[in-house]
Design a binder for this molecule. Structure first.
Ligand SMILES: [Zn+2]
Length: 136
């Protein structure tokens, strides 16, 4: 999400989004998905599949928590969404115009999140099915 820093008036992504390694994230979820699919057929894989699923889940949660923070210019934790009323007001006061790429970027992010969510939900269903199958 594009945000406005109320300290230095920087408009852009938060610093912490850089720390979030999307490749590691994709690899982890890919592995988790692979194991959960394999685990649906080979029930002895339920344990590694569950472990990898939780590692991927924790990594994602960690990433999101981390993402909620600082400005990449002044490192203060005072960034607010550009769509918010307060941000609009500040931008008007200082004659700031958010760059055009914001809307495009947001759409891409929404699509990315939607695909990711479907992928995570699929993995979750498979893991739950596997656990149910193993313990019932
Ligand atoms: Zn700042």
């Amino acid at each position: 999400m594009i945000k406005l820093c109320t300290q230095c008036l920087y408009i852009g992504h938060e610093e912490s989004s850089i720390y979030r390694d999307s490749t590691t994230d994709s690899v982890l979820w890919g592995t988790a998905f692979f194991f959960s699919v394999a685990g649906a057929f080979e029930t002895f894989l339920w344990f590694p599949a569950t472990i990898i699923f939780f590692v991927a889940l924790l990594y994602s949660i960690g990433g999101y928590t981390f993402k909620a923070c600082v400005c990449s210019k002044c490192h203060s934790g005072s960034m607010i969404p550009v769509q918010s009323d307060k941000a609009q007001q500040i931008m008007n006061e200082h004659g700031l115009i958010p760059p055009d790429y914001i809307t495009v970027k947001n759409e891409q992010t929404i699509l990315g999140i939607a695909l990711r969510t479907i992928f995570i939900v699929l993995t979750l269903i498979l893991v739950l099915y596997m656990l149910f199958d193993h313990f019932s």
